[in-house]
Design a protein around this ligand. Structure first.
Ligand code: ADP
Length: 321
């Protein structure tokens, strides 16, 4: 339904997107997750035809958005991070205006009535938009995205600036939309992806660093313990020794140091507890172990590690820009 093919967006020597490819099928709810500046808005804006890519292509329902924007846009509803505000219009007037703009040819009354009901705006339809709370204004933004019943709905940071209750409401609304539409949600909040999405594409510095099912990511976390170990010793000897320990799924050196100790992340497979083995290996080799602490097994920690790993790859590997 949505396909990004080797998308590159360059500003001078800076790559906002650097060879980004993914495919999203009909009916999927996908989170595009990354820290600020990762390239999320750039990707959203290219997918929706608001921005052209330096190279690569984007397809909506098989239609190339750059070659055929008018046709492709019929399949897209977009809630930009800063939706246009038409404060002097009532909700109903604004939705009528969008209906005209999109040249929709449904039964207008029935269509707009249905959308007002889906986003729970029926009671305020005759109020001026400028007098609505931020949460309601956001629902107006969602409502305009739904005009024309697009197959794909794209939300860029839909809960920024909302209070906790409004956040829950908007997330529920988006989750429900997923029953009828393909949904792409861009956010820098992990909990949002966990609450709303089935699949997550994690992006950092213009590159995709992970693309997997949210429950797989969660399973990975529940599967093993993670520990942060601080060891004094030559890392070229310590790291392989850690990796050889039975029950260790992975070991990697993290950036930063603690005095003369290097810091490692050790993940154990299944439910094995490798703390004793790590201690013994260090003792046998005469490497003082100056710290051993469990690392949070939540998505936030996984995310930080993924970003950290990709940062090191970008600055140290062949992938240098
Ligand atoms: P995100 O939405 O993930 O916060 P953006 O897509 O807005 O990230 O930005 C990605 C990168 O591209 C950032 O480094 C940003 O500074 C840069 N960028 C975005 N728009 C422009 C622009 N118009 N000119 C120059 N650089 C830009």
């Amino acid at each position: 339904m949505v396909k990004a093919e080797n998308l590159v967006k360059r500003y001078g020597s800076n790559y906002a997107l650097n060879d980004v490819s993914f495919e999203i099928g009909a009916g999927e709810i996908v989170g595009l997750l990354g820290p600020n500046g990762a390239g999320k808005s750039t990707a959203m804006n290219i997918l929706t035809g608001y921005l052209s890519s330096t190279s690569g292509a984007a397809y909506i329902n098989g239609i190339n958005i750059l070659d055929n924007p008018i046709e492709a846009k019929k399949y897209i509803g977009f809630l930009p991070e800063q939706p246009p505000v038409y404060g002097e219009m009532t909700v109903r007037e604004y939705l009528d205006f969008v209906y005209e703009l999109k040249k929709v040819e449904f039964d207008r009354e029935a269509h707009i009535k249905e959308i007002l009901s889906v986003v729970k705006l029926t009671d305020v339809k005759d109020r001026l938009i400028k007098n609505l709370s931020k949460g309601y204004k956001q629902r107006v933004g969602i409502a305009q995205a739904l005009i024309g019943d697009p197959k794909v709905v794209i939300f860029d940071e839909p809960t920024v600036g909302l209070d906790p209750k409004q956040i829950l409401e908007v997330r529920n609304l988006i989750r429900n939309l997923g029953k009828r539409h393909t949904v792409i949600l861009s956010t820098h909040i992990l909990a949002e992806v966990q609450a709303v999405c089935e699949r997550v594409i994690i992006i950092n510095k213009g590159r995709i660093i992970a693309d997997e099912r949210v429950d797989e990511l969660t399973k990975t976390i529940e599967d093993g313990y993670q520990h942060e170990v601080r060891i004094v010793g030559t890392s070229s000897a310590v790291l392989p020794a850690l990796k050889r320990i039975s029950g260790v799924r992975s070991a990697e050196q993290l950036s930063g140091r603690d005095g003369d100790a290097f810091i490692y992340a050790v993940e154990s497979a299944g439910s094995s507890d490798v703390r004793r083995s790590v201690f013994n290996v260090c003792a046998q080799n005469g490497w003082p172990m100056v710290g051993l602490a469990p690392v949070g097994g939540d998505l936030e920690s996984i995310f930080i590690r993924l970003v950290d790993k990709s940062d090191r790859k970008i600055s140290g590997g062949k992938t240098e820009r």
